[in-house]
Design a protein around this ligand. Structure first.
Ligand code: FMN
Length: 339
């Protein structure tokens, strides 16, 4: 095992990869600190960046940070290192959600998909209509296997369940639209031009004119946002991601698995969008997984398929890595982070 410190360029690439992860409303609720000497990335939560009414227990913050961990793992392998991830490493530091240490050469199992890193830069949420072409069984099997290795489960709901999940999502969407506080948070999620947090209006895409796919409108009943309408899939292909338990570590694992799935989909030329609304209402969330799946906690609902790529969504810039291991005082400053 090599003990050489990480060079500056590799450190920058790691942090940029982490910051390219998806997050609820693109709130980017994280701060990364790199200790080059020990080749360790410290991953902190910034829950104050997340919408408090939409995510009161910070489950979505943890999922977003889990996704960033997934990117860090892919970037470590790309750098020829084994990522050693510790979740919630210090009980006295609840904001420190994980550490990722870059150890010696990666295990053979991690080298099966060396192109995951490249997919980080091509992955985007696509809120556009997909074709009816079915996702191949072999791809679904690969996704399920990857999810299992990350400590979560993935399944494709059957026709009745799909209808029920879309109905729960539509109910949640209506509640969000009519709830003054959540409506305000949805509106605040739309990024002002030139800012690096939130979702630009152009990335939201059209609304489904047939009403089958209840994409988040990010609006209230009378906002009249300038949105086109288009016909989406009549029977959208859905994936449900679950975990056995519902603790903070499970949420992080769900995020790691989510990102693994999204990167693999990207490599297979597939797109995905997130339907998270029903997961934000405890009573609706409790109805998202039927008893036939045993005791498990629903963590994420995805719509997948073949279709156009989504628009790029900007990210807050990141600080240069620190060689001395000191904590920076402030959150990352604005700016683009792509290497
Ligand atoms: C926990 C979580 C919940 C999300 N919920 C939604 C959602 O309900 N609707 C949606 O359109 N996008 C949702 N997203 C996707 C984010 O809006 C998206 O990741 C972010 O805007 C960055 O854009 P990108 O994924 O294209 O990089 C969610 C993402 C995460 C991680």
């Amino acid at each position: 095992m090599t003990s050489a410190p990480l060079d500056n360029e590799s450190g920058q690439a790691l942090i940029a990869a982490a910051g390219a992860a998806p997050s609820l409303h693109n709130c980017q609720p994280w701060r990364f600190r790199l200790d080059c000497a020990t080749r360790t990335v410290f991953v902190h939560a910034l829950p104050q960046r997340a919408p408090a009414l939409t995510d009161p227990d910070t489950r979505a913050v943890h999922i977003s940070i889990g996704a960033a961990l997934g990117n860090l793992q892919a970037a470590a392998v790309h750098l020829g290192r084994e990522p050693v991830v510790r979740l919630l490493p210090r009980t006295e530091r609840p904001d420190l959600l994980a550490t990722v240490r870059l150890a010696g050469p990666p295990r053979a199992a991690l080298l099966r998909r060396p192109d995951l890193y490249e997919a980080i830069w091509r992955r985007r949420s696509s809120r556009l209509p997909f074709s009816a072409e079915p996702v191949p069984r072999a791809v679904l099997a690969e996704l399920a296997e990857a999810t299992r290795l990350d400590g979560a489960d993935l399944y494709r709901p059957g026709p009745c369940e799909r209808r029920a999940l879309l109905d729960l999502t539509a109910q949640a969407e209506q509640r969000n639209i009519h709830h003054p506080g959540r409506h305000a948070e949805n509106l605040a999620a739309i990024a002002a031009p030139g800012t690096h947090v939130g979702i630009p209006l152009y990335a939201l895409g059209p609304q489904d004119s047939t009403g089958v796919v209840p994409l988040r409108t990010f609006a209230g009943p009378t906002d009249g946002l300038p949105r086109e309408r288009a016909a989406f899939e009549t029977d959208p292909q859905l994936l449900m991601l679950t975990t056995r338990h519902d603790r903070r570590a499970d949420w992080l694992r769900a995020g790691q698995a989510l990102q693994h799935v999204l990167l693999l989909l990207t490599l297979h030329g597939l797109r995905a969008s997130v339907l998270h609304q029903a997961l934000e209402w405890p009573d609706l969330r409790a109805r998202m997984v039927g008893p036939e799946y045993g005791r498990c906690a629903p963590q994420m609902l995805l719509r997948i398929g073949y279709g156009p790529a989504g628009c790029p969504t900007p990210r807050v810039g990141t600080e240069p890595p620190e060689a001395d291991g000191q904590e920076p005082a402030a959150a990352p400053s604005a700016g683009s982070t792509r290497p």
